[in-house]
Each structure stands twice: as C-alpha cells, then as structure tokens.
Design a protein around this ligand. Sequence first.
Ligand SMILES: Nc1ncnc2c1ncn2[C@@H]1O[C@H](COP(=O)(O)OP(=O)(O)OP(=O)(O)O)[C@@H](O)[C@H]1O
Length: 363
Amino acid sequence: MNETPRTISARLQLNQGGFSLDVDLHLCGRGVTAIFGPSGSGKTSLLRCIAGLEAQAAGRIEVDGECWLDSARGLFVPPHRRAVGYVFQDANLFSHLSVRRNLEFGMKRVPVRSRRVAWDQAVQLLDLDALLERAPDRLSGGERQRVAIARALLTSPRLLLMDEPLAALDAQRKAEILPYLERLHEQLDIATFYVSHAPDEVARLADHLVLLRDGAVLAHGELGETLARLDLPTAFGDEAGVVIESEIIEHDPHYHLTRLGFVGGEVLVGLRHEPVGHRLRFRVHARDVSLALERAQGTSISNLLPVRVAQLAEADTPAHVLVRLDAQGTAVLARITRRSADQLAVAPGKQLWAQIKSVALLD
Ligand SMILES: Nc1ncnc2c1ncn2[C@@H]1O[C@H](COP(=O)(O)OP(=O)(O)OP(=O)(O)O)[C@@H](O)[C@H]1O
C-alpha cells in the first residue's frame, strides 16, 4: 500500500505583528517543493502553519485527504498529531542523549503499525552506523544535521518540512550533505517542502517551486517551467537560468568529454564517471548563453543549439534584455545586451543559434 500523499492543499491566513500571510496552494504531494523568497516573505511562517505551530492560523489544510486544519469547522489538529517531520536550520538534538537515543526518540512517537520508514533504512540512508553511540557535541555540523534528518524520517512523516537545513553549514559541509538529501528523495517517496535561499540547492533538489513575496504566492509550478518565466524575479540577476533534465548518451575518453542528451538537443561536458543512460540535471545560466544568426564556425564553444525566440523582456539593467528561447521543446534563457538584440533583430519567432558557454552540472 502506498500511503504517500498525492495532493497537498493549504489555504492559509495568518496575521502576526505587521505581517500577514495569505496563501492558497494546491501542490502535488510528490517530490520536493522548494519554497523560495526573500527574507521576511513568510517561508518559515508557511511551514509553521502546516506543522500546526501557529495556533492563530485560519484556513484549511488537507494532506492526502486528511484534514489538519479547517478553521470554519473549528478543526485544529495539534502538531503532534500531524504526520510531519520538521528539520530546522540547527539540528536541535538532545545534547544529553546519544545519536541512537535521539533517533529512538523520533521513532517511539509513532505506533508500530504506522511506521513507514524503518530504522535500518534511515540509518543507512544517512550513513549513521558509525555515529550511533556518539554524543551530539562530538559530531560535526554536517553529521548533526544528518542525525536531525534521520530523526525526522523516523517519525514516518507524510510530509517532510525542511527549513534551510544547510544554511548553518559552510560550503564544504553543504556539499557533503547534498548527496544524502538527493538519495533520500530518490529512495523515499515522502513529499518534502524545502525552504531555501540558495538557488543552487533549489536547482539541484526541487521538482516544484513556490515563490513567496510579502506573505503571498507570486507563482508556483514545475521547477523548469517556473524558472523559464520572464515575468518573475527569478529571471533577474546573475542566478537567472534554467534547469534541464538530461541523460548520458556517450563518453569520449580521448577528449575527456561526456555527451548529454535532453529533449531538443545535446551538450558536451567534462568526462563523467556514471554509465551511459544515467540521468543528470544541469543548469544553464542566462548570462552564459549568447546568440548568433548562423551556426558559428571557428569557435571554441562546442555547445550550439538551434533555437526559436519565444519571448523578450526587460532585464534588470537597461543595457540588457532577457530572451526566452525554445530549443526544440526545452526552454532556455539568454541575457544579452540590448545592442546585440537590435543587431540580430531578435524578435519572437526568429530562428537563431544559441551558444552555451558553460553548463553547470548539478551533483
Ligand atoms: N512571532 C512573530 N511575531 C510577529 N512577527 C513575526 C513573528 N514571527 C515572524 N514574524 C514576522 O513575519 C514575517 C515573515 O517571517 P518568516 O520567518 O516567515 O519569513 P522568512 O521568509 O522565513 O524569512 P527568512 O528567510 O529571513 O527566514 C517577518 O516580517 C517576521 O518579522
């Protein structure tokens, strides 16, 4: 029996101090939904409402047909009765208990018949075997966070709420933990809401994106489609760009290159160790895409794609424009100078060649 929620709906209003959260979300109850937005936009407040930690929240929350809040009917399911696992920025472990005891604490809250994540599964997934008898103060920040994630999993949540779980870690520790998060999402079918400020984490982990601003939902949808929209703040600044799902087509050991195929094209990247057929996500920043009228000859750039201009928009500087391109089914963004746009007569429908100067692999 698969008990994973298939839909999550949250219609919520919360007023606290001068801030008000007012959202109406209908989300797929599968995969990772990134909650993204500037500081103070209400990301944590949204998670707290879903977890039942904001008693004043009004509205309705339904997770896979199970109602957790319906203020019109006076229904408020208390936090400990909602099947959520909450992972905070700081691991919040019990310092007087060993890792094993911390994990047991999470698991014992759940009756045996309702357990969906087994002890061995969580310990293995987060690689905690060697750490079980340690005290939390003898763990690194990254290890502590792995324990916190395992503890949340062992409560067998229907919904995993992660509030900037990597924000307190330095770049090296972050890079250590990301593969664990990826594995977790690949191997366990637990819907996850993942709050993050970091575009690279979102690009790597998320399937869906919710953009919050001033307590309201600016946009939500599938990650690739949402990142390719020119009317959202994600299209501006240095981080703007798309995420593309691809598969390894072939390796070229002579030139130390790997060819990746995706809907509508191929790109070459540095030699990968994974086998042909392996799926990889990569990011193409808008700033790394330039446009040409013809297929360039005599260039060192090997990643050239035939594209059709879909849409043009103002960029964040008057010197640039943003161009949404259709690479035979895959959306790509380009940020080019206004001068180049005029010289190439870039307009919707025009056929061009996109030169991709750099591809950022997400793993
Ligand atoms: N208990 C509270 N009482 C009054 N105002 C609060 C309370 N908690 C949060 N706020 C306010 O609500 C707004 C949203 O806060 P929230 O923590 O949800 O934002 P956020 O998007 O998670 O921000 P950050 O990225 O900085 O963590 C902020 O303006 C904050 O000051």
